[in-house]
Design a protein. Structure first.
Length: 306
């Protein structure tokens, strides 16, 4: 049995080496030490507590060709403080690092709206760990960000605090966005970014406030909102019915035609039809990841007004 376990661990080590392209693979067996990317001299120190996140960071580097250096304009990682820094200088705790979401936000730049967002108001729902809010604040926007999953929200608050120059332009709330009501929202202990009000889960739920776009504009005294950015896992088909959506200049919606109680939540054509009624005459549909899905089922709609 010991020989079999040793063989399994060796196979795992070889797999890790192939996947991450790192040196000092014995550190992987010990679950502590330093790993160095073969393409650079930059080392990533890890232990049993943070090994998952560090390995995700290494995967991020290898999968997307990201270079880590102790130099301005590059990605960086401070192992003592467990903080990563983007080339823009935005800081995040490494806890629950999700490589694909960070790729979307900071590499593929899927939230780009304008070269100058100074003093423009962005309402962003599906805030995850604060990555999108900090992205928009870095570009000069005043951001109202909403995240209903409690663990993601708490980490978002901590990440925003890491960036005091940007935090003054961010309002972060533990709300769902949909109708004006209270809902039972699932707890995601692993902070995957996939939590949804429609999730079928054995995890516990927390009674969470849900607010409409109309209520957000009224409660925060928002006039002339610029951008509405929604990533709310099926609730977009509910939100789009709120006429307050027509007050924005740009709307970006990540849509997912989820099946709820045997029925679809809606279709992308439902969203497009309503956007056109609201006066959005420039609409594009695109894939925001390289995942294997058809654009009829999942994707992003971006709509502008002349």
């Amino acid at each position: 049995m010991k020989l079999l376990n040793a063989y399994i661990r060796l196979r795992h080590m070889i797999y890790q080496r192939y996947m991450y392209g790192v040196g000092n693979n014995f550190a992987l067996l010990k679950n502590r030490g330093k790993l160095t990317l073969k393409s650079t001299d930059f080392s990533f120190e890890f232990n049993k507590k943070n090994k998952r996140d560090v390995k995700n960071l290494l995967f991020f580097a290898k999968r997307f060709g990201v270079q880590f250096k102790n130099k301005k304009g590059y990605w960086n990682y401070n192992s003592k403080k467990n903080i990563i820094v983007t080339p823009q200088g935005i800081k995040f705790y490494l806890n629950h690092f999700e490589p694909y979401i960070f790729s979307e936000t900071f590499l593929s730049d899927i939230h780009f709206s304008d070269f100058n967002l100074d003093n423009k108001i962005v309402i962003q729902a599906g805030g995850f760990i604060g990555d999108t809010a900090l992205y928009y604040a870095y570009r000069g926007a005043k951001v109202y960000s909403f995240e209903p999953e409690i663990n993601s929200y708490r980490l978002a608050v901590e990440n925003i605090k890491l960036n005091p120059d940007l935090s003054k332009n961010i309002v972060m709330k533990n709300y769902a966005v949909g109708k004006d009501e209270n809902i039972e929202f699932p707890v995601d202990p692993n902070v995957t970014g996939g939590a949804s009000a429609y999730s079928v889960t054995k995890n516990k739920t927390i009674n969470t406030r849900s607010v409409s776009i109309s209520t957000i504009l009224k409660e925060f005294s928002i006039k002339n909102p610029f951008l509405l950015d929604l990533d709310i896992k099926g609730k977009e088909f509910e939100v789009i019915k709120d006429k307050a959506v027509s007050e924005f200049e740009i709307v970006r919606i990540e849509y997912a035609t989820l099946v709820v109680d045997g029925k679809r939540s809606g279709s992308r054509d439902d969203i497009i039809e309503v956007l056109k009624k609201y006066g959005f005459d420039k609409i594009r549909i695109y894939k925001h990841t390289d995942g294997a899905y058809d654009l009829h089922e999942h994707g992003t709609i971006e709509a502008h007004k002349d």
